[in-house]
Design a protein around this ligand. Structure first.
Ligand SMILES: Nc1ncnc2c1ncn2[C@@H]1O[C@H](COP(=O)(O)OP(=O)(O)OP(=O)(O)O)[C@@H](O)[C@H]1O
Length: 402
């Protein structure tokens, strides 16, 4: 039994929900993880999974970038975890294929199904299941053991430093907070030198404060590691902070898939309907005014800039801005005498119904950067807004995530 648990841990732990079948799937002779040739180009992930449960059918085609974070987002029961389990080899689709970085992990037509323990993946669940009788260092070392030394891409000290757990290495797991345990679980998954990191709601079991503590570490992984991550979440905040690519799932199907800024700004998709509808804009810091603590962020390929009050940031640093639809108002002339810092010239690209009859949702084009504005239907009619019109977007608040 211990051996079976060891193998589960080598994959990054197991949630209570799926612990038993994960253990069964991992119960196979020790074998090195499959070798995947790394090329200079970002490898991509191509998949088709078809699978039937009683009352639920998963039928998805996925073409995911081999770099950055892909968020799987959708309502409860839409199939997010099932997709992750298919990627891990913990579910056997009746039909499908999976190619990761040019390597075939699944091809039902050819009878190929690489077992989980031979897939070079790290799996992070909602709660890390650490060995209670081993200290953090030994728990971490377990993840590394199955990887031959020459193939280790991540070293224990580096993973510990990246997750901020260097000072906890001699601690027993029962003396860690929930957030610390989860950081250990993530470090352990990294130490298997995965070619693909699968994270199933890794922050869901943490309270808001712990989530805020751990998010910067996940952003750091995103910035510093060249391992593609498929990340399941219900949280729009986590999507906005971490995701580069978004897959929207609904009832076992892919509703839409694409770069996050494209998908979040589509007025026909569910994220734009919610109260927290927002867009993300990736820019670069071009100036810092210490007298007013004002950071200027330029948008790529555009003359538009945003200004945000922030502690100092380095010129040239990448910065992600989040602009909520409810914080954007519209005027037909540039307001020079207001207090709002960010007033951008825009074209009204599309007008859609809002969440209620009294609201309208506008997609705006700010010199190539899409924005959303939620305004009242009354204002929309009073200004006689129509697609193609020029206007000014007044942006009351901008969050800068960097
Ligand atoms: N082993 C199983 N046998 C039968 N049905 C299952 C099994 N696992 C999942 N399902 C069903 O498949 C559907 C998709 O489940 P899944 O866990 O993938 O959804 P999800 O989007 O991850 O949901 P949540 O956000 O609530 O975790 C659900 O209807 C679920 O009840």
């Amino acid at each position: 039994m211990t051996d079976r648990i060891n193998k589960s841990v080598a994959q990054g732990g197991a949630s209570p929900k799926h612990a038993l079948d994960a253990l069964d799937a991992l119960d196979a002779p020790d074998a090195p993880a499959a070798q995947v040739a790394l090329t200079g180009d970002a490898p991509s992930i191509n998949a088709h999974f078809q699978l039937d449960y009683d009352g639920f059918t998963l039928d998805v085609d996925l073409a995911l970038p081999g770099r950055g974070v892909t968020a799987l987002f959708g309502p409860s029961g839409s199939g997010k975890t099932t997709v992750l389990r298919c990627l891990a080899g913990l579910e056997a689709p009746s039909q499908g294929h999976l190619r990761v970085a040019g390597e075939t992990w699944l091809d039902t037509a050819r009878g190929i199904m690489l077992p989980t323990h031979r897939r070079p993946i790290g799996y992070v669940f909602q709660e890390a299941s650490l060995f209670p009788h081993l200290d953090v260092r030994t728990n971490l070392a377990y993840g590394m053991k199955r990887i031959p030394r020459a193939q280790r891409r991540v070293q224990l000290d580096d993973a510990a430093a990246m997750l901020g757990i260097g000072h906890l290495l001699d601690r027993a797991p029962d003396r860690l907070s929930g957030g610390e345990r989860q950081r250990v679980g993530i470090a352990r998954a990294l130490l298997t030198s995965p070619r693909l990191l699968l994270m199933d709601e890794p922050l869901a079991a943490l309270d808001t404060q712990r989530k805020q503590e751990i998010l910067p570490y996940l952003q750091r992984l995103h910035d510093e590691l060249d391992i593609p991550v498929v990340y399941v979440t219900h949280s729009p905040d986590e999507v906005a902070r971490l995701a580069d690519h978004l897959v929207l799932l609904d009832e076992g199907r892919v509703l839409a898939s694409g770069p996050i800024n494209e998908l979040l700004s589509r007025v026909d998709l569910p994220p734009a309907m919610g109260d927290d509808a927002s867009v993300v804009v990736d820019g670069v810091v071009t100036a810092y005014d210490p007298a007013y603590q004002l950071v200027t962020v330029a948008l790529p390929g555009s003359a538009s800039t945003f200004r945000v009050v922030r502690p100092p940031m380095a010129i040239g640093q990448r910065a992600r801005l989040v602009v909520m639809a409810r914080d954007v108002s519209i005027s037909l002339s540039p307001q020079q005498d207001g207090s709002i810092l960010n007033v951008l010239k825009v074209t009204v690209a599309e007008i859609a119904s809002g969440a209620t009859n009294a609201q309208r949702l506008l997609r705006l084009d700010a010199d190539g950067t899409p924005l959303l504005a939620r305004i009242t239907q009354y204002s929309c009619d009073r200004l006689a807004l129509a697609p193609g019109m020029q206007a000014w977007a007044q942006i009351k608040a901008v969050s800068l995530l960097a």
